[in-house]
Design a protein around this ligand. Sequence first.
Ligand SMILES: Nc1nc2c(ncn2[C@@H]2O[C@H](COP(=O)(O)OP(=O)(O)OP(=O)(O)O)[C@@H](O)[C@H]2O)c(=O)[nH]1
Ligand SMILES: [Mg+2]
Length: 476
Amino acid sequence: MNQKYSDTIAAISTAVSSSGIGIVRMTGKEAFEIADKIYVGKKEKHLGDQKSHTIHYGFIEDSGRTIDEVLVMLMRAPHSYTGEDTVEINCHGGVYVVKKVLEILIKYGARPAEPGEFTKRAFLNGKLDLSQAEAVGDLISSQNEYARQSSVNQLKGSVKKEINEIRKEIIYHTAFIETALDDPEHINVDGYGETLKEVVDHLLAKIKKLLSTCDNGRIIKEGISTVIVGKPNAGKSSLLNALLGEERAIVTDIAGTTRDVLEEHINLQGISLNIMDTAGIRNTEDIIERIGVDKARDHIEKADLILYVIDASCALDENDREIFEMICNKRSIILLNKSDLKTIVKRKDVIDELELAKNKIIIYENEFNYAIRIAEISAKNESGIKELEEIVKEMFFGGEISFNDEIYITNVRHKAALKSAYESLCKVNESIEMNMPEDFYSIDLMDAYESLGNITGETIGEDLVNEIFSKFCMGK
Ligand SMILES: Nc1nc2c(ncn2[C@@H]2O[C@H](COP(=O)(O)OP(=O)(O)OP(=O)(O)O)[C@@H](O)[C@H]2O)c(=O)[nH]1
Ligand SMILES: [Mg+2]
């Protein structure tokens, strides 16, 4: 038995809205006892006497009044989600009914659960590590196929396993150094620095690989922040509508139709795009339009992806040149729109403009990692849209995300912990290179060990644990 808590908690675990079934869940030492006070089976049946993982038909009654016809599922500690005795009552899914059943459980001794308290108990009872517990929250809030898949992998322990392996190596070498320092007569650490450096290099490479997935990890979880930009009348709003498959934005042939930023969420072949339609960029005296143009510029700065729409039936001008300068160091797709008309802007013109723009702005090292892609579309006829979707997928995930052998770090907390561990291990290498005494190595090794322990939850404070679980939904 692994029951650390004295109280028994209960909550509605399904959405509180009218539905076929609603589940009220209760976990803790007195779960069976409380359930027996309100459950009436067909025969004289005590839930407390029943086997684990069994389901029982009956009624919930209070003071001789029948409240609902139910199925009650029993799971005994430690073989339950929380690791404690757990009862799940499947009621009819009316809002009033499930609330009433919860109310009765509380009347007979349960305490209302806090958000995420079931998962918090699972974590504190050792059923899940913190990365797995966080994956439960991510899985519930996942909005696309990739987010779902990466959360499931994390829930199954992909992150936990990798982090534990790294920590195991660190602790092995720290322990060796400490033992050697305690017993210098028998254990010789001469030349140990070289061996340790090899190990640290290997661990640094592993952490670097994990860190390199963070960008895509964030995108998987939150969606690609995408901004549609271009001159007035280029067809930006028409493109948004084509991608959404509905007439969301106003489209007219009046230049300057879109004033404010319009944000929509689309699911594109399993990837989420948070897509913004912006005001056409041009020099304008109109105050409202001017504010819209400034907002568009701000969004370009922050975006993961720019869709730059060009009306290919009109010649490029100064306004386009300005946009080329804004986007030439960003992950962008340049769309030659209105391909159904006679077009005069060709791919070659775009490439020349890009070269010009790149030469004009100050180039920082590594800034031009992103290849800019060009595609012909007709937003009006919706041609070229499928190809555009393929390009987006290719640009971000090389066409396909392989989940079999790659772990994606989708959690900013994990990213910070990995960064801090990386820095500590770099310090170990510095100490080795400077021939510092061995106890210097173990201080930084232990720092790295602790940082990584934040991910699995082994070295994390109670306040942070509470904060993490408070973000969960009720009943989970
Ligand atoms: N022939 C043709 N017309 C298009 C195409 N895309 C958009 N248009 C037309 O171009 C005009 C402007 O389209 P919008 O989508 O409103 O352009 P916009 O870039 O959002 O314009 P602003 O909001 O003013 O910046 C409308 O009359 C559209 O019907 C296209 O692919 N082919
Ligand atoms: Mg518009």
